[in-house]
Design a binder for this molecule. Structure first.
Ligand SMILES: Cc1cc2nc3c(=O)[nH]c(=O)nc-3n(C[C@H](O)[C@H](O)[C@H](O)COP(=O)(O)OP(=O)(O)OC[C@H]3O[C@@H](n4cnc5c(N)ncnc54)[C@H](O)[C@@H]3O)c2cc1C
Length: 413
């Protein structure tokens, strides 16, 4: 709908247009021609490197990297909204590809704020030069992520992954699971407990860990229901030594991670929206070209009603998303509540949009070569990324009522 584009800056309008061209010219034809590729069980072969190279040609792999290191720095006053606009366009083509790219932006924002200058220079330069280079953010571990998202600031909820100070640096031991880009990344931000016995808000530190560091092992690529081109991974750390300057934040890493989480929630909602837009575009084209009972599907009232429902949900998500992105860009006091609302609302509404798309395609909705079921699978994964629905609701209430909302459920005595 055009009214949503009226307020775009020139920078945003151009980025949106070049992303749309890239998706329509490169990504969508690639997916249409070889839909089985998603199911290749060799993750190294799943997404050809040429796609990342093509993404690089319009500079969308290195957004948020400072210009002095060769990246594309967006206008800082509207950066998060710009991330949202671009993420939506990429996910409209493929949400796994979008995951791969946005993870670089999110981690770049974190490094820009927390990494020492010489390491920014080293890693941002490498990121810019190598079009296959990806970044990852490792918080979740087998002990779970929800306690981290809330967070529950008590020792029982602290991470199992430990980092111990040793001569000249730190030794990390533990395991991180479900990590976006975890299988392919060249550089990881890793969270670990550095103060056993204290709560997470005081005892969690973050580290920069290059992939080739001895003691870091990528143990598996998780085979997921959707977003399959992202290559979600599990990483094991065994006496993994990093020098002192690789410590990004000591003790307060979870509080500092808001720099990453807020734009992160907006980007999640935007990718999710892109999946919904793809479902709507395909479905509206279908119902206007396919006949049953002697007339086009769209002329049947129940079909029209479902299409209207899809459009309404998409518009509602976009409205809330724009509001939340503005709040994050302007550092508004309701940014925390709004970015969680946008993320969780998008995950539930777009799943319903994709369910309607499946229904309106009839049996074709279930056929792998048609691609509608892929959108439904991709949409379903957003329920769990960057916090579950229930945890997101809890975070919204905590942001709105910080004095009275539950701080800690606690172990049962
Ligand atoms: C595709 C994908 C990509 C991901 N990428 C990353 C990544 O890049 N980096 C990263 O660190 N993590 C990543 N994750 C992990 C993701 O953040 C977590 O899976 C998610 O936050 C849920 O945590 P969990 O899986 O540990 O579930 P759990 O925390 O074990 O939760 C299980 C269930 O219990 C509920 N629950 C838990 N605690 C409470 C409570 N206090 N009150 C009520 N209900 C509760 C949850 O809502 C959920 O329903 C990714 C996950 C997916 C699926």
């Amino acid at each position: 709908m055009d009214s949503f584009n009226n307020d775009l800056t020139e920078e945003q309008r151009l980025m949106k247009q070049s992303c749309r061209d890239f998706i329509d010219r490169v990504v969508s034809p690639f997916l249409r021609n070889d839909w089985q590729r998603e199911w290749n069980m060799n993750p190294d072969e799943r997404l050809p490197k040429e796609i990342l190279k093509a993404a690089d040609e319009i500079s969308i792999r290195t957004l948020a990297v400072p210009e002095k290191y060769g990246g594309i720095e967006l206008n800082s006053e509207t950066e998060v909204r710009s991330f949202a606009i671009i993420a939506e366009e990429i996910a409209r083509g493929d949400s796994g590809l979008a995951d791969k790219l946005v993870q670089n932006w999110k981690v770049a924002v974190l490094l820009r704020n927390l990494a020492p200058e010489h390491l920014q220079k080293k890693w941002f330069t490498r990121l810019v030069e190598d079009h296959t280079f990806l970044l990852a953010h490792c918080l979740t571990e087998p002990k779970g992520a929800s306690d981290r998202w809330l967070p529950y600031n008590v020792p029982e909820a602290a991470m199992d992954t430990m980092a111990q100070r040793v001569d000249g640096g730190w030794k990390i031991n533990g395991r991180k699971q479900f990590i976006s880009n975890g299988f392919d990344a060249g550089l990881y931000v890793v969270y670990a407990n550095t103060k056993p016995g204290s709560g997470m808000l005081e005892g969690t530190s973050s580290f920069l860990v290059p992939r080739e560091t001895p003691g870091l092992e990528v143990v598996r690529c998780n085979e997921t229901i959707g977003c399959r081109f992202m290559n979600n991974g599990e990483i094991y750390f065994s006496d993994c030594f990093v020098p002192e300057d690789h410590l990004l934040c000591e003790g307060e890493a979870l509080s500092k991670a808001a720099i990453y989480f807020r734009p992160g929630k907006i980007i999640q909602a935007a990718k999710n929206l892109g999946v919904g837009v793809a479902a709507f575009e395909k479905t509206s084209a279908f119902v206007q070209s396919y006949e049953r009972g002697g007339k086009l599907l769209i002329k049947h009232q129940s079909v029209a009603s479902r299409l209207a429902d899809m459009a309404t949900r998409i518009t509602s998500v976009r409205t809330l998303l724009n509001q939340a992105a503005l709040a994050v860009d302007t550092r508004s006091s309701d940014a925390d509540a709004l970015c969680n609302m946008a993320k969780v609302f998008a995950s539930q509404e777009i799943l319903k949009v994709c369910e309607n798309a499946l229904e309106l395609h009839g049996g074709m909705g279930a056929m792998l070569d048609v691609g509608i079921e892929k959108l439904f699978r991709d949409a379903s994964i957003f329920l769990h990324m960057d916090a579950t629905v229930d945890i997101s609701h809890f975070k919204i209430v905590k942001a709105m009522f910080p004095e009275t909302a539950g701080k800690y459920a606690g172990p049962e005595n």
